[in-house]
Ligand binder design. Structure first.
Ligand SMILES: Cc1cc2nc3c(=O)[nH]c(=O)nc-3n(C[C@H](O)[C@H](O)[C@H](O)COP(=O)(O)OP(=O)(O)OC[C@H]3O[C@@H](n4cnc5c(N)ncnc54)[C@H](O)[C@@H]3O)c2cc1C
Length: 247
């Protein structure tokens, strides 16, 4: 039995789950296929390494679909100021200048994902299949067919590839990729500081790549540091990366 959907979204991460929520309550029949159940949140968990700076525009989207409360009730860090500098030039943006209470929010990616996934059961037109593996993807140039590991077959008028950097959907439908190597590696860590975090993010752009210090909650902060692989003492080029970064 083939099940017909207007939209099938592969990947229930931040992007896929947000697309699904935006289609929630519409007349479209939607399925979200996510391979892994994200770990539930607990306030005593250490911060995840994957964090994002969410802009006011992103917050507005999350608010519109009813997911922002799921972020604020878990863990997030608002920031009012953003200092950005390079070898020459140094600018500090301040939300007061645009009469906004904040410029943005540092949020762990998993928390944004959990807040969005929480909303999906509220929409009758969305079916969340999680955890669910995909055995095969067929695309004839018009419609897509997904054969799931449990034997279900989904047919979609529109297939959304929200399955991350190594997208299997992209490969299955033959979308090309242009990629290049920046010859940079990135170190992402979180640290504990003696004093609580301030309301500012620091981002420095130098020839070896960007360096950022982002505030997390309490006494924690996140450091993202790009550097030549040689400087990190390891050189392991990533030939499969589609984003051009070497990790
Ligand atoms: C160091 C770093 C810093 C960043 N900082 C920011 C920032 O400050 N602000 C910002 O907006 N963005 C930032 N980004 C970018 C941001 O992290 C990505 O754009 C975002 O995570 C992409 O989300 P996604 O849902 O598309 O992919 P992912 O988060 O990778 O999610 C993909 C989902 O698809 C699922 N999946 C994969 N394959 C399958 C399959 N075959 N079947 C079913 N499910 C599948 C996975 O389990 C996962 O849940 C940063 C990225 C990096 C690397």
């Amino acid at each position: 039995m083939k099940e017909q959907f207007d939209v099938v979204i592969v990947g229930g991460g931040m992007v896929g789950a947000a697309v699904a929520c935006c289609l929630g309550g519409s007349e479209l029949k939607v399925a979200v296929v996510e391979a892994q159940v994200p770990e539930a949140f607990a306030s005593d968990q250490p911060h995840d390494l994957r964090v994002s700076a969410l802009s006011i525009a992103s917050k507005n989207i999350l608010e519109a679909v009813g997911a922002w409360e799921g972020v604020t009730s878990r863990r997030y860090c608002p920031f009012k100021r953003m200092r950005v500098w390079e070898t020459a030039g140094d600018t500090t943006f301040n939300s007061d200048d645009i009469r906004y209470p904040e410029l943005g929010y540092i949020v762990e990616n998993r928390i944004t994902q959990l807040a969005l996934l929480d909303r999906l059961p509220h929409f009758d037109n969305i079916e969340l299949l999680m955890p669910q593996a995909i055995s095969k993807i067929n695309y004839d140039g018009h419609e897509s067919e997904l054969i799931l590991a449990d034997g279900r077959v989904l047919q979609a008028k529109l297939l959304v590839a929200a399955d991350g950097g190594q997208s299997r959907v992209r490969q299955a439908v033959g979308l090309g990729v242009t990629s290049w190597d920046y010859n940079q590696h990135a170190l992402v860590i979180y640290i504990e500081t003696a004093y609580p975090q301030q309301d500012i993010t620091w981002q420095r752009f130098v020839s070896s790549g960007p360096q950022a210090f982002l505030p997390l909650t309490g006494h924690y902060g996140s450091i993202v540091w790009y550097q030549s692989p040689m400087k990190f003492g390891v050189y392991k080029p990533c030939h499969t990366s589609n984003c051009g970064m070497s990790w």
